[in-house]
Design a protein around this ligand. Structure first.
Ligand code: NCD
Length: 332
């Protein structure tokens, strides 16, 4: 990894904005942070964000992403604040800009925001000096999820091929389920195609957005066909809360045609791994025994998420030219 490579963005809003080199810089920065989290003895911390303030601002429910960002910030020794919609003045009608201006008056450095409106993170990033990380904006993008997924796929591929330099070029990834409402699918398609992987999306017609192939992926409504040559089977959560109408006949019908279960997986190569961003609707989009089975790397995704978010925060604060380089605390 090029330790001195510059990071030139104030914010991380979407994968669509990033070049392959920028994505690779993040992925190559993450292993040193994974190593910190894996320390068996000693302190699982590096003082790279000491004295910085990281605010987690979440308007939608979240377990993994919120705790992952919080832990990543803490492992970098930042101060952290968490604000959720329910407890904040947005319920009294305060605008996002006003709330952020007040947070900034307390000298925030990084603001991690999850919001139900697509574009919320970008809108704030353009008007405010805080460094904004998009933790999911509506059905638009969820960049750190795609980055941790790419990291996990690269790790697994390197292990499988015994090649610690392998990238994602030529990797075949099948993304299955509710593509239409999924910011994870969009960020993953951008990320994987930029890294040279081949992406196939598969789901019922009503859950495949029109024109999705223009993002550079193959499209099919046949699960078997999608799985046939897949190195990675990426299952999406059915976003029932975002669906405004009934988009498939019945759960039973969906399960019969699209659930990733033992029978469907028989079509996939033996080495194919199973991924899911969580939270899982067990026995809906994926069979429980598959989600928990030996081919599932779902919990590795979670572990890798902390390292990748540490890498992103480190690059934003310490490699973006405006930021002052972090100096380790004096031992005097
Ligand atoms: C995803 C999200 O919120 O977009 N979850 C996550 O961040 N791990 C996926 C989902 O909710 O289905």
């Amino acid at each position: 990894m090029n330790e001195d490579a510059a990071w030139t963005r104030k914010d991380l809003i979407g994968i669509e904005d990033l070049s392959r080199e920028e994505i690779e810089l993040i992925l190559d920065t993450a292993p040193q942070f994974a190593a910190i989290s894996e320390r068996e003895s000693g302190i699982k911390k590096a003082p790279l964000l000491q004295g910085r303030l990281v605010v987690n601002w979440f308007f939608e429910p979240s377990t993994r992403t919120r705790t992952s960002f919080e832990l990543a910030a803490k492992r970098l020794t930042a101060d952290t604040l968490t604000m959720t919609a329910a407890g904040s003045s947005s319920v009294k009608g305060e605008s996002l800009h006003d709330t952020l201006a007040n947070i900034e008056a307390m000298h925030s450095d990084i603001v991690v925001i999850r919001h139900n409106h697509a574009g919320a993170a970008r809108m704030l990033a353009e008007r405010h000096s805080s460094q904004i990380i998009n933790a999911g904006d509506g059905a638009h993008e969820h960049p750190t999820q795609a980055l941790l997924d790419a990291y996990t796929m690269r790790d697994e591929t390197r292990r499988r091929l015994g090649d610690d330099q392998a990238g994602l070029d030529g990797l075949r990834v099948a993304i299955i389920g509710d593509i239409a409402h999924s910011r994870v699918a969009r960020s993953n398609i951008w990320c994987l195609t930029k890294l040279g992987a081949t992406v196939t999306v598969c789901g019922p017609k009503t859950l495949l957005p029109m024109g999705i192939e223009r993002m550079g992926c193959r499209v099919t409504t046949n699960l078997r066909e999608a799985l046939e040559d897949a190195d990675v089977v990426y299952v999406l959560r059915m976003q029932l809360e975002r669906q405004k109408a009934s988009l498939f006949p019945t759960i039973r019908e969906y399960v019969r045609l699209f659930q990733v279960g033992r029978d469907a997986l028989a079509a996939a190569p033996e080495h194919a791994i199973i991924m899911h961003p969580g939270p899982i609707n067990r026995d809906l989009e994926v069979a429980s025994d598959i989600a928990d089975g030996p081919r599932s790397v779902v919990l590795d995704q979670v572990s890798n998420g902390v390292a990748v978010r540490m890498a992103v925060m480190h690059l934003l604060v310490n490699r973006y030219p405006k930021g002052e380089p972090a100096t380790p605390p004096s031992r005097a």
